[in-house]
Design a protein around this ligand. Structure first.
Ligand SMILES: NC(=O)C1=CN([C@@H]2O[C@H](COP(=O)(O)OP(=O)(O)OC[C@H]3O[C@@H](n4cnc5c(N)ncnc54)[C@H](OP(=O)(O)O)[C@@H]3O)[C@@H](O)[C@H]2O)C=CC1
Ligand SMILES: O=C(OP(=O)(O)O)[C@H](O)COP(=O)(O)O
Length: 338
């Protein structure tokens, strides 16, 4: 049983902790917070995770709030085989020296640059690259979404060139300080956006160019893909491929799954923890091959699609499982992923 520490218990960290706790070959030995708020209390009192503090000077604040702490993040990582860094983007680099000093392996998230670890991870595209690695980064939610479906198409579909327009959610549902609340924002304003190069960190050599907008919604991101192809493929063949791949689901607008709102309702109906939709839904009606181009539209539940990838990354880096399909299947089963 391998020991996993989660540094940062926010949107991604709390989900990674629960996903790790659901596996039978790894356990959560601690999570960290910097503020003694309801999430800190829930971690200890409801989930039973030992809580460590990211900013040692704040120990008194936790004491005053009556929240039991087990020590500092430095203490936590001493006990761990691997730490999953789920701190906000750009905090991670400050932690790398600490991890190195403690001799602990570390997984970063998509808010950090690929260059931080020199190794990026997606379960389907490049599991083997991280086998036994000390440091890797699970690519961001959008990059994971693009990679999941593009990698599924390959090799039946001869992908020549990918162009994608990404409609990004303005903030996560729990956030109140981000927006927009009444605008559409080219974001990043520079074209192309970083998502194309990010896909290339896990799918080497693919020609993919992206542009992105922020819109006033918190539920999901949405992607519109135009894929130039070099062979003849039918719509049904593409649908069949996507239907067979786990962590991807073909959904029908005609059956009522016609928006990100309906998809989130579906996740609730499935009884998912936190209403999460780990799978990338692709709208069946949007899948269309016209001449030498394949079009499709998909959505990404930004809070959860990267969570199973983190579990697989732990298995690869700690050499628990050398076969990516076995890890994916095990993770899926433990998390109830379709
Ligand atoms: N949210 C999303 O849609 C997605 C995010 N990501 C990436 O995942 C990473 C985490 O994002 P997200 O979960 O949204 O972030 P959140 O802000 O929701 O959570 C961050 C967590 O880190 C803690 N933290 C803050 N500062 C420090 C610090 N100095 N040291 C240790 N812990 C700290 C926070 O604790 P406290 O609250 O107590 O301060 C909080 O628990 C980022 O790289 C992000 O880009 C990837 C995919 C999707
Ligand atoms: O969209 C995301 O990352 P990405 O656009 O870099 O793939 C994540 O949901 C984090 O986004 P944020 O940096 O707007 O919080």
């Amino acid at each position: 049983m391998k020991s996993v520490a989660i540094n940062g218990f926010g949107t991604i960290g709390k989900r990674v902790a629960d996903a790790v706790a659901a596996q039978d070959d790894m356990k959560v030995i601690g999570v960290s917070k910097t503020r003694p708020n309801f999430e800190a209390r829930t971690a200890v009192e409801e989930k039973g995770y030992p809580l460590y503090i990211g900013i040692p000077e704040r120990e008194n604040l936790f004491k005053e709030a009556g929240i039991e702490i087990a020590g500092t993040v430095e203490d936590m990582i001493q006990e761990a085989d691997i730490v999953v860094d789920c701190t906000p983007g750009n905090i991670g680099p400050q932690n790398l020296e600490m991890y190195k000093k403690a001799g602990v392996k570390a997984i970063y998230q998509g808010g950090e640059d690929h260059e931080l670890t020199g190794l990026s991870f997606n379960s389907f595209a490049n599991y083997d690259d991280s086998y036994g690695a000390d440091y890797a980064r699970v690519v961001s939610c959008n990059t994971t979404g693009l990679t999941r479906t593009l990698h599924t198409l390959n090799p039946l579909v001869d992908i020549k060139k990918v162009r994608a327009v990404m409609v990004r959610r303005g903030s996560d549902p729990s956030e109140i300080k981000k927006g927009p609340i009444n605008a559409i924002v080219p974001n990043p304003p520079k074209v192309p956006s970083h998502h194309g190069p990010d896909v290339q960190t896990v799918m080497k050599g693919i020609d993919v160019t992206t542009m992105a907008l922020l819109v006033p919604t918190t539920l999901m991101h949405q992607h519109n893909l135009m894929v130039e192809i070099g062979n003849e493929v039918s719509n049904d063949e593409v649908i069949d491929l996507l239907e067979k791949r786990s962590r991807v689901m073909v959904v029908e607008a005609g059956a009522g799954l016609d928006s990100t709102a309906a998809l989130m309702e579906y996740a609730k109906d499935l009884g998912r923890s936190r209403n999460d939709l780990y799978e990338i839904p692709v709208w069946k009606e949007s899948i269309n091959v016209v001449d030498n181009e394949l079009f499709y539209m998909q959505a990404v539940h930004q809070e959860s699609d990267v969570v199973p990838e983190n579990v697989d990354a732990i298995r690869a880096m700690l050499e628990i499982e050398s076969d990516r399909e076995k890890s994916i299947t095990k993770t899926n089963k433990a998390m109830g992923i379709l």
